[in-house]
Design a protein around this ligand. Structure first.
Ligand code: UD1
Length: 417
């Protein structure tokens, strides 16, 4: 089993490019099924979740190749509509194949999706919305059998919570449904806009993405396209957290700084100097950070839940107290036990965590329990005195492309053994 070995307290310096967005690439890969031709996806990150999606596409009969950051999916050969449990359990976002399969074939059979255990993660909003589009969904002991006996049709769908995945599933499924679909209280994340851009370049008619109301006019058929995935704002936030944890100065290239508004303001509150230069972010961090007063996770454009763990690790050694309120997932403090082993002073009560900054973290043997928690332990290890070993890298590899290589290039002492 591999693990990361980190020798801490090396100031990060230099520059690097940010990987393509995992959370954009995954729904786009599912949507590639819909177009029935070739999709060429550039800037696609090389991650185990991307391999998981490629394996689902191959199982369904698509031809998929991936090299040098470009994934090519030819979905002409689609020949089945079921996804086995073993592939569904690989990751949460496999649920997006439900809307894509229904949209393309009018049928789908799959089990409940897997993913990180950061809360119950129900799919009720997905199922309700797809039913409103005309799907008949039968839950047979955890296997969903879906058909569209009278075809799919547009609908007015109001989400009780702006779920990212549900918004994506509806957008994909509604593209070739008959008539107009209007999603109100839609998620506004940048990845929704990227999916809309991909779908529109395939000939779909999606408007309003990035706003609370998304409108999809059904079209007869989609066609192949070429699309470049947006930069990963969470990978960017993670690298900035790693930098600040070491009092470093780095330049991140190939970012979209406006996607990081709520995150950058927390870095500034911590005393970091953040300079936006076009698509680059230059950040200079002080020797010791000041603790921000409150970090409250919210749907976009609020502070992202995915950045909560690395930011908590970053400020574990800051001067002062920070209150964290996790409003998106119920169980998203899985990294805290590792941080405590490293000497952090953090108390968790339900959705709230209080971090009282300590003078200095010390290295320890820790194990990641989820993707962003893995990033948090690395962030903490970089700033800590002595050696940290991080296990549980299967989580890390779901979302970060060779992060140890990136961090080493910035002067961190991180290696995989
Ligand atoms: C996506 C992201 C994930 C991010 C999350 C929130 C991908 C691949 N993953 O996950 O990294 O942390 O958005 O920004 O893009 N909910 C329900 N019923 C549903 C669906 C969701 O109750 O049918 C709840 C969830 O349990 C959670 C909240 O809504 O409490 C947000 O979930 P959602 O926005 O759907 O997250 P994902 O799409 O799973």
């Amino acid at each position: 089993m591999s693990r990361l070995v980190i020798d801490g307290m090396k100031r990060l310096r230099g520059e690097t490019c940010v990987q393509g967005s995992k959370n954009s690439a995954l729904p786009i890969l599912a949507a590639a099924l819909l177009c029935g031709e070739e999709s060429i996806i550039h800037n696609c990150p090389d991650l185990s979740d991307v391999s998981g999606s490629a394996n689902i596409l191959r199982y369904l009969g698509c031809n998929v190749s991936f090299s040098n950051g470009t994934l090519v999916c030819d979905s002409r050969g689609l020949c089945r509509t079921d996804i086995p449990n073993s592939l569904m359990r690989e990751m949460r976002s496999s649920i997006i194949f439900l809307g894509a399969l229904l949209g393309r074939t009018g049928a789908a059979q799959m089990s409940f999706p897997g993913g990180c255990e950061i809360g119950p993660r129900p799919i009720d909003l997905h199922l309700k919305a797809l039913s409103e589009l005309g799907a008949d969904i039968k839950d047979e002991h955890g296997v969903f059998r879906c058909t569209a006996p009278n075809g799919l049709h547009g609908a007015n769908i109001s989400l009780s919570f702006p779920s990212v995945g549900a918004t994506e599933n509806i957008m994909i499924c509604a593209c070739t449904a008959e008539g107009t679909t209007v999603i109100t209280n839609a998620a506004r994340e940048p990845e929704i806009c990227d999916l809309a851009d991909y779908l529109n370049s395939c000939g779909a008619s999606v408007s309003g993405a990035g706003e609370g109301t998304v409108i999809i006019e059904g079209v007869q058929k989609l066609h192949g396209t070429s699309h470049s995935v947006i930069p990963d704002r969470i990978a960017a936030a993670t690298l900035l957290s790693c930098c600040a944890s070491t009092g470093g100065r780095i330049r991140l290239n190939r970012t979209i700084p406006s996607h990081l508004g709520a995150v950058l303001s927390i870095f500034e509150e911590c005393g970091c100097d953040v300079d936006i230069q076009g698509s680059s972010i230059v950040m200079d961090s002080p020797h010791r950070l000041s603790a921000p007063k409150i970090v409250r996770t919210m749907p976009y454009p609020g502070f992202p839940t995915d950045a909560q763990a690395p930011v908590m690790a970053m400020i574990a050694g800051a001067r002062g107290t920070t209150l964290f309120v996790e409003n998106i997932f119920e169980n998203r403090y899985l990294h805290v036990s590792g941080l405590l082993r490293m000497g952090a002073n953090i108390k968790v009560e339900g959705r709230v965590a209080v971090s009282q900054g300590v003078e200095l973290l010390h290295g320890a043997e820790v194990e990641a329990m989820d993707l962003r928690g893995a990033a948090a332990l690395i962030t903490a290890g970089l700033g800590a005195e002595g050696r940290t070993t991080v296990e549980g890298l299967k989580y890390l590899d779901r979302g970060y492309e060779n992060i140890e290589v990136t961090l080493s290039g910035l002067g961190g002492e991180v290696r995989r053994v």
